[in-house]
Ligand binder design. Structure first.
Ligand SMILES: [Zn+2]
Ligand SMILES: [Zn+2]
Length: 335
């Protein structure tokens, strides 16, 4: 039992304690690869129990009931954390589409981590690999190659999906504070859940007429909000490559989709994004609503972020023509 516990990464072959340790230490027992590569693609149900429990905990609403303040906190936590995922995990850590200092970088990492979508290095590494191999066989969340459910949730529930590929995030891995958050990626979500409970108790003590309490706030402010946030974010992987229009003939199947852009604060302009991933904005023309960009722009006025990468006019012109924001001299549209 204890001679070679890491011979395979198949979580079924690890003992219960080792599996539980992996809920908190994302890099425990990750060193070895299985003899059969297909085992890495199998879903690790035990390791995913916390993910499943977060879903089941939403049914706690049948006991706790609802109040206006709990729903408001639920929605606020959804939008704040959606912004953290898109602005920080995606546009900063994955693409470095703007600059900030080390202090704010850490704050961004903690805020992104609040979404309970694992650590900043894990997120960025998988996303960089997605851009390198979009809709190829080795793209873990290509709906074209692997189907809807695999691209939506199955890919990150597998052993392979749990690993952080440090070879593609050397620029981020040199910061020990980011490595720490990435390794112990459930600390921030657990702290947030405790905070939500305390918030509910605090409101109940001082404003009992609101009708909330700790348990109700935990269910709405953490569990329901987090599950909505999960599936809102995951649509970019599952639907963002099949549902919508293609302005650019990229080598992948990425789409632009207004509705997904609303839900994800701008990430729905995914075909634009695959055409020119290093720009801060993903809505390339004025009518492509990109809330994340507007907020980042405001943050640049406050000095929190700087050097937001623009979209070159020639890239805009390729798909939208010179009237959309480019210059006639750069107009290369084929008609
Ligand atoms: Zn994509
Ligand atoms: Zn991207």
């Amino acid at each position: 039992m204890n001679s070679q516990p890491d011979r395979t990464v198949d979580s079924v072959s690890l003992n219960t304690w080792q599996n539980i340790v992996r809920w908190f230490d994302s890099e425990a027992h990750n060193q070895h690869v299985p003899e059969n590569p297909n085992d890495e693609n199998r879903i690790s149900w035990f390791r995913c129990l916390p993910f499943l429990i977060v879903h089941l905990a939403c049914f706690g609403v049948l006991i706790t009931g609802v109040s206006a303040v709990a729903v408001i906190v639920c929605l606020a936590m959804f939008w704040i954390r959606m912004f953290a995922i898109t602005a920080f995990y995606h546009r900063y850590f994955s693409h470095k589409s703007y600059k900030t200092n080390r202090f704010w970088q850490f704050v961004f990492a903690v805020m992104g981590n609040m979404a309970s979508q694992r650590g900043p290095l894990w997120w960025a590494a998988h996303h960089r690999n997605h851009h390198k191999h979009s809709d190829e066989d080795i793209d873990l969340h290509s709906p074209v190659k692997h189907g809807f459910w695999r691209s939506h949730i199955g890919w990150f529930m597998s052993e392979k999906g749990f690993k952080t590929d440090y070879s593609v995030i050397k620029d981020l891995a040199k910061f020990p504070e980011l490595r720490f958050l990435n390794r112990f990626d459930s600390l921030v979500p657990i702290a947030l859940a405790i905070f939500m409970f305390a918030l509910g108790e605090f409101i109940a003590a001082f404003w009992p007429s609101t009708g909330t309490n700790g348990w109700q706030m935990l269910v709405w402010g953490f569990f329901i909000s987090t599950v909505l946030l999960f599936h809102g974010t995951f649509t970019i992987n599952s639907l963002g490559h099949v549902w919508g229009s293609r302005r650019y003939e990229t080598k992948d199947h990425s789409r632009n989709n207004f509705w997904l852009a609303l839900v994800t604060l701008g990430e729905g302009w995914h075909n634009n994004h695959h055409r020119f991933a290093v720009s801060t904005r993903q809505g390339f023309v004025w009518w492509q609503i990109d809330i994340t960009f507007y907020v980042l722009k405001s943050m640049s006025w406050l000095g929190i972020v700087k050097d937001l990468n623009p979209v070159p006019a020639r890239i805009v012109n390729e798909a939208y023509g010179p009237k959309a924001g480019g210059t006639p001299a750069n107009h290369k549209r084929n008609g």
